[in-house]
Write a protein that binds this ligand. Sequence first.
Ligand code: NAP
Ligand code: GDD
Length: 321
Amino acid sequence: MKTALITGITGQDGSYLSEFLISKGYNVVGLVRRNSTVDQRSRLDHLAAPVRKKLALEYGDLLDIPSLVLTLKKHRPAEVYNLAAQSHVKISFDQPIFTAQATGLGALNLLEAIRISDLECRFYQASSSEMFGKAEQSPQNERTPFHPRSPYGISKVFAHWATINYRESYGMWNSCGILFNHESPRRGENFVTRKITLQANRIAAGLADTLYLGNMNAKRDWGFAGDYVEAMWLMLQHSKPDDFVIATGETHSVEEFCKIAFGHLGLDYKKYVKTDQAYMRPAEVELLCGDAGKARAELGWTPKVPFPQLVKMMVDADKAR
Ligand code: NAP
Ligand code: GDD
């Protein structure tokens, strides 16, 4: 029975990846930060007994190398998925140093901890389409140059190259998944998709009357998180470590997302959505669209949930809540 360590297990992707790996028979170990409440574990609550027996949580932090070494030595995982990060792009402008430490240096800390522990494992780094930023070409693939536009983006570029450098320098089995935006009913409430589906429901229920957004013209390649965690696992089962773009190949604007979400509740978004400068970014990524041809050819991965279905799934889940 294989053991996998997931950093960032309390996040959106961590919860889907835990479920996926447990369904494959893995023992899953998750790194959790100390918090004044245990609320941050709500995305794992449904993993109740007997499945829960396959899940162990250890206190730790990417900024605390001893906690990483202790966890690695205790569990000797065959696979390590580094999903932990300060992952909010706009907030990275408010906390650039912390973001660089957690999202950038944190990955290097984990790679060093693996090296110090003399652990032979396969390592997955959660790289991001934000690294393409002001992209020179569309769609973006594994050979597209990076032009990050935020402290988050530059931190992810650092972590990405650190992961590749440790592969090249020390022969470590490291793969980077360059994932485009992926969403779900478990998405954090201050990312644009979830912000829209939550507030559209509040408006439909008569509990609110306006949704304030920033740049509604921004376009993203949005897929379903449940599909994307499978790609992470496939990368670590591949015959060699490598880097892959994971995307749907379609791009849609924030405005289109609003139209479908409000429309699904029988509302015209134009009556309720207003723009507010507070949600604009100092530098914006206007358009992302990924080419996942390499993942399709080499990993056999394809996305399953189309865009309109994703939006409706999120609206319905918030309605039920
Ligand atoms: P998320 O919901 O924001 O989860 C982030 C996770 O990282 C949380 O579990 C958080 O713990 C943890 N974390 C933050 N700082 C940490 C630290 N210093 N030490 C240990 N844990 C820490 O993010 P997500 O959407 O699941 O994304 C997963 C990963 O993929 C992230 O690295 C993200 O940058 C990357 N990514 C995401 C997307 C996307 O569209 N979702 C696309 C490309 C790449 P707490 O719960 O304690 O805060
Ligand atoms: N969050 C937010 N809130 N974004 C808004 C808003 C708003 O009120 N109004 C417009 N937007 C626009 C943003 O300016 C951006 O262009 C787009 O909506 C998407 O924003 P987010 O949902 O915050 O996601 P992101 O694309 O910046 O970053 C996400 O995807 C990356 C992959 O490309 C995060 O999950 C990152 O961690 C991930 O790496």
